[in-house]
Design a protein around this ligand. Structure first.
Ligand code: ATP
Ligand code: MG
Length: 294
């Protein structure tokens, strides 16, 4: 069951200011939702996330800025992945999982019952720790998969979006001559960029990344970090990382989570990345970023 904060008007999340809501989304009463430039922020208020009776996230309030990279850091088990999955309603896919509080995107609480979670997950896409291309599909079809689900697209349209998404994911030059090969035939780093291209193809506002480079070698990691730096111009990116250097290299803002005696994760500090790493406000943050704890 999902508990939500009440909201007033008809909800709608309309990526890129599209003239009509995407399939599955409720139609807004005029005027339409704000014509969004890509890369909207997220307003998280009083968020709690539970697995059954266990509270994994306690009362998190923060504003994730648009078109910037926000890093989530903290010790293992403090709820970083749970927090990330709460932002696009993937958390509720776990048995007995529920959330209280609100996550607002483009003026809509994503937990409003009228929001279609499948559509939401296109607008707030996710990239996981281990690259997970669809195993039986070609490179082309992996990128086109989400678009094909959203309706009718001509071959020409699909080709254009696939090329553009692979370009944006910095993979096009490496795969343009073998688009029919299986997605799993690529290297780990290429597969991760393929998964990023797949997320980009459906025109997201936000991309959530849960330790996207932790399974990759240093060179592939660097490619992903460069890519994240490029994508920040047009997308809102939230990245969980255990790698402090990575957080300080690529993020604009950093949120430090830890957990209390009840093991519930909570937000200790959310600030400009430079401040978190050089002059944090809280002792707990200082201890963590200096390696004294966690
Ligand atoms: N599906 C689940 N069912 C029950 N409890 C879960 C589930 N997933 C996570 N938890 C618990 O929720 C808490 C937070 O887990 P989470 O995976 O969010 O932590 P994390 O900060 O991402 O850890 P790590 O850094 O190791 O990836 C932990 O106590 C974990 O055991
Ligand atoms: Mg995790």
């Amino acid at each position: 069951m999902i508990e939500t904060a009440p909201v007033g008007d008809t909800p709608m999340i309309d990526p890129a200011g599209a003239p009509h809501p995407p399939p599955g989304m409720p139609r807004a009463a005029a005027p339409a939702a704000p014509a969004a430039s890509p890369g909207a922020g997220l307003d998280v208020r009083g968020l709690n996330a539970y697995y059954g009776t266990f509270r994994a996230i306690r009362d998190v309030t923060l504003r994730i800025p648009e078109r910037a990279v926000t890093a989530i850091i903290g010790p293992s088990g403090c709820g970083k992945s749970t927090f990330l999955r709460s932002l696009n309603r993937m958390h509720e896919l776990a048995p007995d999982a529920r959330v209280t509080g609100s996550v607002e995107l483009l003026g809509v609480d994503v937990y409003d019952p009228a929001v279609d979670p499948v559509q939401l997950r296109r607008v707030v896409g996710m990239v996981f720790q281990r690259p997970n291309p669809f195993p039986t599909m070609s490179i082309f079809d992996n990128v086109a998969a989400g678009l094909r689900l959203t309706g009718h697209h001509s071959r020409q349209e699909l080709e254009a979006v696939v090329e553009q998404s692979l370009q944006r994911a910095a993979l096009w030059d490496e795969v343009k001559d073998k688009l029919k090969s299986n997605g799993t035939s690529l290297s780990g780093g290429q597969q991760q960029r393929l998964c990023i291209a797949r997320a980009l193809a459906v025109d997201p506002q936000v991309i959530l990344m849960d330790e996207p480079a932790s399974a990759l070698d240093p060179i592939a990691t660097l490619r992903i970090e460069e890519l994240i730096s490029e994508l920040r111009a047009n997308y809102t990116i939230v990245i969980v990382t255990h790698n402090m250097q990575q957080a300080s290299r690529i993020s604009d803002r950093t949120a430090f989570f830890t957990m209390g005696e009840d093991r519930a994760g909570y937000l200790v500090e959310f600030n400009d990345t430079v401040k978190v790493f050089t002059n944090p406000v809280h002792q707990l943050t200082e201890d963590y970023v200096s390696g004294r704890f966690g």
